[in-house]
Design a protein around this ligand. Structure first.
Ligand code: NAP
Length: 301
């Protein structure tokens, strides 16, 4: 099976490559070779390659910057997936698009189900929600559209909350972390595994002429605030000796944090249906975080 991975240099992309099955021919262009902004070139690249699948892990992921660079975020997160879907509707392959809990407004106090209407409250969430919409529009049939939403990605490399907190704890006497935004921290290692299993399951369904769900939710189990997550990172880092000293962590509310970006207060995704469909085991985010630390490439500061 020929699979094109977009976003191969990102924190998730790198784990997707590391965990790829042996029988896959994985093509991993850099952003220079495949730029989602350059729609004409992307379209031609896909038609020439004719991949069986595209995994799109490429995105404009800076939520704060998306407010200022709205047009660029829209080009990459909405028009990018649109061109992937348009090209695949011609060449015939399938798309697995990574999406986000930020397509929801966070006003409900119970987990969001896969069939709920999206309701983004910031530019990043809006651009990702539009990307989903275009995919459904251009790839409506035959298990071709796969949107896998996730939340709060952390992992052993790249630009993520866990690594930032480790650095700050090591360098400062006190750090302030938001305690009134809740979601499910999810490791890139566990998400990469879920991605490969989603592809396998979709192929099994397709062979049996069964319809596979277009939208799936994958996160590690359990909930946390950013503050809970930071405190756990501190505990693990001290236990494992990754840092020798750690500053105090002080909880603050969102309105005490200098940001113009609105973020959902409770963006927990309901993952029950997806885990059952795909056959994924339950695992608490703390256990998954520990696995990152015990991985062959442990978190480094
Ligand atoms: N991070 C989170 O907490 C989180 C939560 C929910 C969902 N997600 C979603 O998960 C996916 C992976 O996120 P991540 O955390 O791995 O992101 P990341 O570490 O920021 O990586 C983003 C990737 O996208 C690539 N990219 C950026 N602009 C591009 C363009 N114009 N054309 C092609 N590629 C481009 C980057 O390439 P360069 O390295 O060259 O910049 C990089 O490989 C994204 O779809 C994101 O929306 C993330």
């Amino acid at each position: 099976m020929k699979i094109l991975l977009i976003g191969s240099t990102g924190q998730l992309g790198r784990e997707i490559i590391k965990s790829s099955p042996n029988d896959i021919y994985l093509i991993t262009p850099s952003r220079l070779e495949f730029d989602l902004k350059k729609t004409k070139e992307c379209y031609e690249y896909i038609l020439n390659l004719s991949p069986d699948w595209i995994i799109n892990s490429g995105a404009f992921t800076n939520v704060e910057k998306a407010e200022i660079e709205e047009e660029l975020a829209y080009k990459i997160n909405a028009l990018g997936p649109q061109i992937l879907a348009k090209a695949l509707s011609k060449s015939g392959g399938k798309l697995l698009q990574i999406s986000t809990d930020y397509v929801f407004n966070g006003q409900q106090n119970y987990p969001y189900k896969t069939d709920q209407k999206v309701s983004p409250i910031n530019k990043y969430g809006f651009s990702k929600a539009k990307g989903e919409e275009y995919i459904k529009q251009y790839l409506p049939s035959n298990n071709q559209s796969n949107i896998l939403r996730t939340s709060w990605l952390v992992g052993p490399n790249g630009n993520n909350f866990a690594l930032k907190i480790m650095q700050l704890l090591n360098n400062r006497d006190e750090i302030k972390v938001i305690c009134d935004q809740i979601s499910s921290p999810t490791t890139t290692l566990s998400l990469a595994d879920a991605i490969w299993k989603t592809i396998k399951k979709n192929e099994e369904y397709t062979k049996k002429n069964k319809s596979f769900p277009i939208i799936n939710h994958f996160c590690n189990d359990g909930l946390a605030s950013w503050y809970d997550l930071a405190v756990t990172i501190k505990d693990i880092c001290l236990e494992t000796g990754l840092i020798k000293k750690a500053g105090e962590i002080k909880p603050i509310q969102s309105n005490e944090y200098p940001s113009k970006t609105q973020r959902p207060k409770y963006s927990v995704l309901d993952t029950f249906k997806t885990k059952k469909t795909i056959g994924l085991k339950n695992s608490h985010w703390r256990n998954e975080l520990l696995k990152c630390f015990n991985n062959s490439s442990p978190l480094k500061i």
